[in-house]
Design a protein around this ligand. Structure first.
Ligand SMILES: Nc1ncnc2c1ncn2[C@@H]1O[C@H](COP(=O)(O)OP(=O)(O)OP(=O)(O)O)[C@@H](O)[C@H]1O
Length: 387
């Protein structure tokens, strides 16, 4: 067999995406040298963005596999190098599209990324669990999804995605979101802290800066959907988000409990005051399917946290805003949902046929399928009288 051509090898390399940047390594200046011997051995050097890149094994595997498939290639000898400062600046230039001043891409008029902020009145109602499972469900349906974990009190999202200890790669001052095995990229407020165990005691301006950094200093690429896990309540982060991303749509998570519903209404109202549209309510921990009834084929629901909280929040917010705020789903209590979060394998992946996973998948489908519209959206305009 004749030895492969340089074009064939280049074409194969163009199919390999950098796992963090999610663009072909050939577009990013990562392929340094390629040599092909008469006997079909391809010797090449690929440059990593930074020394000690956590994803070098993935890059090695993907490059070796892609080049190895080219007809006539008998062996692949790959050397990994590291970009020089100059090469890194060039890469940064490519990624920022030559713009010196970074802006929040999702706030630009032509942005096609749907942004959903997941809010709750109080902590512990399952907001982060809902966020990661919605993200994974959407990714499974082929969408490019990112998560910003802005929950200063909890930042539990990375652990739920199995990347608890990951630190983002930085190319100069451009931060790469952390890729996960599910395809969802994530950046967490916890990753911006110098130490993981450090307590975040930031005031409004610091939190605002952190939020802007996660939105504008992170290279998100072309996302279909961005989900933001907000801290519970109506605090500084919710206000900052409203100011920077008024186009974000808000999903309110509550439990059926009266006390949780009442504060959830406040979180929803706050979003509306910031001119954001509340697209629905997710009731979590709605009931526990009675384990004994399942054995004899009957169904009985144990309402551990009472009932009606989700419907109540939806009705109150619909009445208050003058547009329909539906209950998007009622998620039962399920130990596999909790276990999935604990081991970094969310239930929609680990146990997709579980009733809780199916509700989450249907909420994801409903949200992802929604077109962006102006109906019910507050435009922040003040009517003026004609003279
Ligand atoms: N439907 C459910 N069934 C069983 N366990 C659940 C369910 N929803 C959430 N949990 C568990 O409850 C705990 C709290 O959930 P989670 O961290 O998602 O809440 P949160 O609202 O994000 O809390 P915080 O605001 O404190 O971060 C987690 O251990 C999670 O696994």
């Amino acid at each position: 067999m004749s030895s492969p051509s340089l074009e064939q090898v280049q074409a194969a390399l163009a199919t390999v995406n950098d796992p963090e940047i999610k663009r072909p390594i050939t577009d990013l200046g990562m392929v340094d040298t390629v040599e092909i011997s008469d006997s079909g051995v391809v010797t090449l050097t690929v440059l990593l963005t930074v020394a000690g890149c956590p994803l070098k094994e993935t890059i090695t595997r993907d490059v070796t596999t892609a080049v190895g498939k080219v007809p006539g290639v008998t062996d692949v000898a790959l050397t990994l190098g590291v970009m020089t400062d100059e090469q890194r600046s060039g890469l940064k230039e490519v990624l920022s599209g030559g713009k010196a001043q970074r802006e929040i891409p999702f706030a630009q008029p032509g942005s096609l990324t749907k942004v959903f902020a997941i809010a709750s009145g109080k902590g512990g109602v399952g907001k982060s669990s809902v966020t990661v499972n919605l993200a994974l469900s959407m990714a499974k349906s082929g969408l490019k999804v990112g998560i910003v974990d802005a929950d200063i009190y909890g930042h539990s999202v990375p652990a739920m995605l199995g990347v608890a200890d990951a630190r983002p790669t930085q190319v100069d001052d451009l931060i790469m979101p952390v890729p996960t095995s599910s395809g969802v990229s994530v950046i967490s407020i916890g990753m911006l802290k110098p130490r993981r165990d450090q307590v975040v005691a930031w005031r409004g301006p610091m939190l605002d800066r952190a939020l802007v950094q996660m939105l504008s200093d992170v290279y998100w690429g072309d996302l279909d959907v961005l989900l933001l896990d907000l801290p519970p309540g109506t605090g500084d982060v919710a206000i900052s988000l409203g100011q920077h991303l008024p186009g974000a749509e808000v999903v309110v998570v509550t439990t059926p409990q009266e006390a949780a519903a009442e504060v959830a209404e406040r979180a929803g109202t706050m979003a509306s005051m910031m001119h954001q549209r509340v697209v629905g309510v997710v009731e979590n921990m709605s009931f526990l399917p009675c384990p004994h009834c399942a054995e004899d084929g009957t169904e009985h629901r144990l309402e551990i946290f009472g009932s009606g909280g989700g419907a109540r929040v939806a009705a109150t917010l619909s009445g208050r805003f003058g547009y329909d705020v539906p209950v998007l789903g009622e998620i039962p209590l399920d130990t596999s949902l909790r276990e999935g979060g604990d081991v970094g394998k969310p239930i929609v992946d680990a146990d997709p046929t579980a009733p809780a996973a199916q509700v989450l998948a249907s909420v994801a489908e409903r949200l992802a399928g929604r077109g962006r519209g102006l109906a019910g959206m507050q435009l922040g305009l003040t009517p003026t009288s004609k003279f």
